[in-house]
Design a protein around this ligand. Structure first.
Ligand code: PMP
Length: 353
């Protein structure tokens, strides 16, 4: 792939690594490539990071034909940097593309684009403990047309943002709230795709959960409102009878890369794992019977987010002793050690930058 490079004249000052937060600071450059029906992807380029002009009629602004990904670059103690399963992100981007009638991109081209951009932006990868460079690839429908159809033109971009440690105050459990009314996605819909609509659909119930004093919504399935699907924008796990259980992928759940990594790593370590349909009633029954040991969310942002309270209707249960359990903590540390290159990479997930 030919990538035209247009460098920034005056590089920006780098932020204070102690106060990075999430998603507000962007690096000097971004990757851009356009798609035109009949031509394919073209004009791959790296340009200075900055705003670009679009028509108010641009299709993505009206009908949400857009997809995105999220992954991180981790700096090792020796100063080198690495990615965690990046091809899985671009493969998922293509599955999302398929669901949204967006043209797919060659995964090797995506990797080349990312490596070329990271080569230029290496200096932006933070090194304070737990900090990373967040990578946000995305595609938007670009045609200036307000009729509803699939856009014949698209734009693919990769932007980079140095982000702070997710747990600056320690690995603390969160309280979650089961929405009795709202669903995130339905089978046959877009739940398995990483697309704007699912996140827009999650905002209202999340506000209710937060007003009730909970951090995240525990989403149930959209048909029977009975089976557990995801928590916030993470996959969910329970430890019941020493088995690590997560809902099976059913078309409305996003196939998280951390979810897959938890399953594979736990299995590799000889732990019992299962992907199966699990109802919220079973979770509460397991708790009543003293069999619910742990609950946690999994995702790129937090890696593992332990859950200590679950509210469903007028009942609230405390999971385990209310602290982060040994399985959640163990998997969190083991995954972080692989991601930051502090340990071996037993399942070949690491790609050096
Ligand atoms: N579910 C949803 C809805 C998400 O947005 C994410 C974050 N990408 C996840 C699960 C976790 O996916 P991953 O482990 O790939 O970050």
């Amino acid at each position: 792939m030919d990538i035209t490079i247009n460098k920034i004249d005056t590089p920006k000052a780098h932020p204070d690594e102690a106060n990075l937060g999430f998603g507000t600071i962007f690096t000097d450059h971004m990757f851009v490539m356009d798609y035109t029906e009949g031509i394919g992807w073209h004009d791959a380029r790296i340009t200075p990071y900055g705003p670009f002009e679009v028509s108010p009629a641009t299709m993505v602004l009206h009908y949400g034909q857009t997809i995105f990904e999220g992954l991180k670059v981790y700096k090792k103690e020796d100063g080198s940097a690495q990615l965690f399963r990046p091809k899985d992100n671009f493969e998922r981007l293509n599955r999302s593309a398929h669901a949204l009638c967006i043209p797919e991109i060659n995964v090797d081209d995506c990797m080349e684009a990312l490596h070329t951009l990271l080569e230029m932006e290496k200096g932006w990868i933070p090194s304070a403990p737990g900090t990373t460079l967040y990578v946000r690839p995305f595609i938007i429908a670009m045609d200036p047309y307000i009729g509803l159809k699939s856009s014949p033109t698209h734009r693919f971009m990769i932007i980079l943002s140095p982000v702070g440690a997710y747990y600056p105050e320690g690995f603390n459990p969160v309280k979650i709230w089961v929405s009795p009314e709202h669903v995130r996605a339905v089978r046959g819909g877009l739940g398995a795709a990483k697309t704007a609509a699912n996140y827009a659909a999650s905002l209202y119930a999340t506000e209710i959960a937060q007003a009730e004093g909970y951090t995240q919504v525990l989403w149930l399935d959209g048909v029977e409102r009975k089976y557990v699907e995801e928590v916030g924008s993470m996959n969910i796990f329970f430890v019941i009878d020493d088995e690590i259980v997560t809902p099976e992928l059913n078309g409305s759940i996003l196939a998280g890369i951390t979810r897959d990594s938890v399953l594979k790593l736990a299995k590799h370590q000889g732990k019992k794992v299962a992907e199966k349909r699990i109802s919220i009633d079973e979770v509460f029954k397991a708790h009543e019977e003293g069999r619910l040991q742990e609950c946690f969310g999994s995702g790129t942002a937090a890696v593992i987010s332990p859950v200590n309270k679950i509210k469903f209707g007028d009942r609230e249960i405390t999971v385990g002793d209310g602290g982060a359990g040994p399985i959640s903590s163990g998997i969190f540390n083991d995954l972080m050690d692989i991601q930051f290159g502090r340990s071996e990479d037993p399942l070949n997930w690491i790609v050096p930058v």
